[in-house]
Design a binder for this molecule. Structure first.
Ligand code: ATP
Ligand code: MG
Length: 236
């Protein structure tokens, strides 16, 4: 049986300032299944990051329901949200956010302290292909290598859900594809649910599902018949 990890019902997020009202999320309803890769695609300003923020409890919706494993996260207080994030979620961003004065090993280790369920650091460094560089510092690495450290750090606590906001936004085609391939490998190996936010339509094919957004609304939800290996996709 397929388990639902996230269920959204008519989720709205409205930002108000003195001069304008923005409907960043304008009535969003969909489910995300456990162990799948979901790609959220849409132009700049369509609400992708806002979506990621409300799913990960960084922000709360204005109205509607968000259930994580049947529990309403939109009703949680700050402490409950912090625990929810700490116990369940990993994050990767366009900027790698590595600590410059810590080695690669120490940067990855930092992520693993967040969980009891953490993975062996050397094993993870091996998976991301950086075991031999573990005593180097971030400035000695290329962009693609730094993103692989960020991925290693995010998965070191063995998160149930991995959120990726424009994970290839700062990378060239070749490194971008390698990064996505690594995310696919992790999804297979650890059965991590992966949610990738991007404006690059080529990335839609690497997941089980592609959700297209525009102006705070879901315009389509497409299930891929076959999942394409990241090294075989085009690059817009
Ligand atoms: N904290 C905020 N306060 C006010 N408005 C916001 C805030 N965050 C987002 N918005 C507005 O909500 C809308 C959606 O923004 P969001 O960042 O979710 O878009 P996005 O799809 O991630 O765009 P991009 O591809 O440029 O990252 C935009 O109009 C944005 O200006
Ligand atoms: Mg964004």
């Amino acid at each position: 049986m397929e388990e639902i990890v996230y269920s959204l019902k008519d989720v709205k997020k409205i930002f108000k300032s003195s001069s304008e009202i923005t409907h960043a999320l304008d009535g969003i309803t969909f489910d995300i299944k456990k162990g799948e890769i979901v790609v959220i695609l849409g132009p700049s300003g369509s609400g992708k990051s806002t979506m990621l923020n409300v799913l990960s409890g960084i922000d709360i919706p204005t109205s509607g329901q968000i259930l994580y494993n049947n529990v309403r996260i939109d009703k949680m207080n700050d402490k409950e949200l912090t625990d929810y994030r700490k116990e369940n979620l990993g994050f990767i961003f366009q900027s790698y956010n590595l600590i410059p004065n810590l080695t690669i090993y120490e940067n990855v280790e930092l992520g693993s302290h967040l969980s009891k369920d953490s993975l062996n650091i050397n094993d993870i460094l091996d998976i991301v292909g950086l075991l031999e560089m573990k005593n180097k510092f971030p400035y000695q690495l290329s962009g693609g290598q730094m993103q692989r450290v960020a991925i290693a750090r995010a998965i070191s606590k063995n998160p149930k859900v991995l959120f990726c906001d424009e994970p290839t936004g700062a990378l060239d085609e070749k490194t971008g594809k390698q990064t996505l391939k690594l995310i696919q490998d992790i999804n297979k190996k650890y059965l991590t649910t992966v949610i990738i936010v991007t404006h690059n339509p080529s990335i839609a094919k690497i997941g089980n599902v592609c959700i297209k957004m525009n102006s705070g609304k879901v315009v389509s939800v497409n299930r891929n018949e076959t999942i394409v290996d990241a090294d075989e996709i085009g690059w817009a």
